[in-house]
Write a protein of this length. Structure first.
Length: 133
């Protein structure tokens, strides 16, 4: 589950970089490395707005989808103690999430929400799987 969470984060980041304006900006800047701020602003818009949009995309779409996917994986393959397994398996991802961002109160609340989302998804899949038997 830990490996799956990091693989899905890599996939989500790849999709972010390939489909958004921020990704185009990063790709062009990494290739030329001499764009001036005014050129960037004219071509792509304000870099701060691009960054905020990208962070929102990750926090609102990508990471919750990763949480649900990891929870579904745990619920499908686990034999019991799904809440404990969910917490332990998603903990490394949460530490990376908190260290990559600031340890602000908002990030801590988001981390708790993501862990709860993993547990809830695992709980539903686990119960659904056991009802079928």
């Amino acid at each position: 589950a830990v490996v799956i969470s990091f693989m899905l984060l890599s996939l989500g980041s790849f999709i972010l970089l390939k489909t958004t304006t921020m990704g185009k900006f990063v790709e062009e800047y990494s290739q030329t490395n001499n764009l001036r701020f005014e050129q960037i602003k004219k071509k792509y818009g304000d870099p701060l707005d691009l960054t905020i949009t990208s962070v929102l995309y990750l926090n609102v779409i990508v990471i919750p989808l990763i949480s649900i996917s990891v929870g579904a994986f745990i619920g499908f393959f686990s034999k019991g103690k799904i809440w404990l397994i969910s917490f332990i398996s998603f903990l490394p991802f949460i530490f990376v999430f908190l260290f990559a961002n600031s340890w602000s109160l908002r990030q801590i609340f988001l981390s708790i929400a993501y862990v709860l989302l993993v547990g809830i998804a695992a709980h539903f899949i686990f119960n659904w799987r056991n009802r079928r038997k």
